[in-house]
Design a protein around this ligand. Sequence first.
Ligand code: ADP
Ligand code: MG
Length: 736
Amino acid sequence: MQASDHNEVLFDRQAKRLLSSASLMADASRLRFVRGERVTQFARLGVNKVIDELLNMPYRYIDLTNVTSIAQAQVGEEVTVIAYVGKVNLKRPRPKMSIVEVYVWDQTETLVISYFGQPWLTKQFTVGQRVAFSGKISFSYGYKRMNGAFHDVLDDADQINLAEKTTPEIRLPYLPVHHTTEGLSAQWARRVASCAIEDYADVCDIWPARLRAKRRLMPLRSAFRYLHFPQSLDELEQARKRLAYDETALLQTALFVRKDVELAKLNPQAHAVEGNYVDALYDAMPFKLTGDQAQAVAEIFDDMKKPVPMNRLVLGDVGTGKTAVATFALAAVANTGTQAAVMAPTSVLATQYAQKIGPILDACGISWALLTGATPASQRKLLLPKLAEGKITVLFGTHALLSDNVLFKRLTLVVIDEQQRFGVNQRHLLREKGRGADLLVMTATPIPRTLALALYGDLDLSYLRERPVQGAGIDTYVIEKDDRGQAYDAIKEQLALGHQAYIICPLVGTKPDDSQEEQNDVASQKLASGEDPSDAKAAQQEAEILSRTVFRDARVGLLTGRMKAEEKTSIMSSFKAGEIDVLVSTTVVEVGVDVPNATIMLIEDGERFGLAQLHQLRGRVGRGSARGSVYIAANTSNEVAKERLQALEKTSDGFKLAEEDLKLRREGTILGLRQSGETTLKFLDVSEDEAIIIAAREDVREMLKIDPHLDSACYAPIKDRIIALYGDVFREVGGG
Ligand code: ADP
Ligand code: MG
């Protein structure tokens, strides 16, 4: 970096900054207060290095600018009060029902905070504690009340601005609330963040001053600070934008460098897209391709026949026939005498792929196999050598495909379904098994173009808009939680007609050792709800209760991401075979599952899901000749939440819903409920930040034009960050 960039700083200051910059990549155990068991707990929150903590965005901020006394709080108003806990009662008006009532006072008046169905909260409050409560004021039985208030225990230090030691009298207008895990309190997390900022945030910027000025980027050290302790919402937004620029630019750099690498070293395959196997497939296909499908196949073949790696994304709503399109790419591989891998995010899906496409491949004489976590070792042992010898043309599977001993003779096509469920690295790992292999990714999630650019760099896009089979369609109803009896009645009616039903519950709480597939579920769940799933209605419990009560006479089955892969597969086959009437499930059924006889679905706790995800879920019914109905049970007392869900009643256009979702999530940011989904892009807001994406791409291209492998010393901090995030994409170039 040029010396002139730092004219403004004194020399020793600069020396300190250089030191802190270097410490960003140090272990999280270096942070003050992070020792022993805390290190593990922090790792569970994704904080492994010092920088992870600096970038550990609070998921909400308590707005202390709107603090009022209880006496002044108006009924119907959303406020924050800071009060002392006086008394905590646990009431059980009925079995299975609990109400925690917390009486708090602030010298002006008493306020009663009620929590329903969370009996464990009694342990979280102690008499005399100072707590901030945010929520809407109501009035009944002689008291002002808040139901289900968001609360945060304060300690005395929170009163002064921890981040600004120099001006200790300034009060924090926004108090950050970080994600915590069992055994970690919010105050503690706040203290660690504050110390981390004090000790490490004063860093050199990774981008040249010229660039920062041009893009009006807040200095990195300020962004770290204001992300946690903003003085105003505008400051918070500037910090977020700065960090969004960084993560986008870093990802783009990694993608471009890696792409260069791939293109430079490899032997891409020119596929024979015309030939016996493709002809055989046209004969074996039980239907004629729709116009959109034919177009997508043509685009894919056009890419595949060139000796340049294909990078194509097929976007199509559920039921638009992406699978058929992918099958043609597989046939072209068979024509060429090489191999293809098809990776799906869950074993249920991978198995379904094999079941759907397998017989068609058989009919064409194309060999294939399935490899998931459930594949018995004996079978695996037989399979792997055949794969290495090239005797298997198509391998379907899950993450199991990524393991080191899965070796292909000549892998020339990688198909990835539900791309967004995989990280950048997983995609790369699979592609590494066949250098120069063509990449075909498919998604039912309507990804806006800007996001596609941000995530995938230079992917070409094919769209499937038409639906080959109209199906009978779906009616969607958003109902109040307590009215779910309606849904049960409707389900019983459908069962009486010989149909089957889904009941979808949010996740069973997850443990850190859960399988990758479950982690995917958790990730999507988090994406949707931004909440810890552990308190969600457990599918397991629900299945038990229902099978004893409402659906006593039906066969109730259970499917969760937690189960062993073979167990999942066997449950799905029973459901398909009609041996299960009501399938109670977590979101593992979200994508791709196809059981036309299932005509009705009840989704519990609908407000916890994103619209796009609900849309995918409901796409499971109404696929056959009978019309489907979907009941979304939700707590509809929140007007915004209700309006959001009602969009589902009105439209069946997945793209519209996705856009709506993005807009509303944006709103969520302002409300302090920002959700981080895709781990690599937690600051970028795809509905708003198109300009950032475009700017970052431009800047990265320019930087790489001058220094393709970022070899000059001034880029070292950028390189470090990229390597930490995406692995050493530079070393693959051969010494950089
Ligand atoms: P997606 O993966 O996009 O959700 P699928 O590939 O599973 O969709 O296809 C949905 C259903 O439509 C499947 O039952 C499939 O057999 C059927 N299908 C696909 N393409 C056609 C077509 N061109 N004509 C008739 N049916 C089709
Ligand atoms: Mg599919």
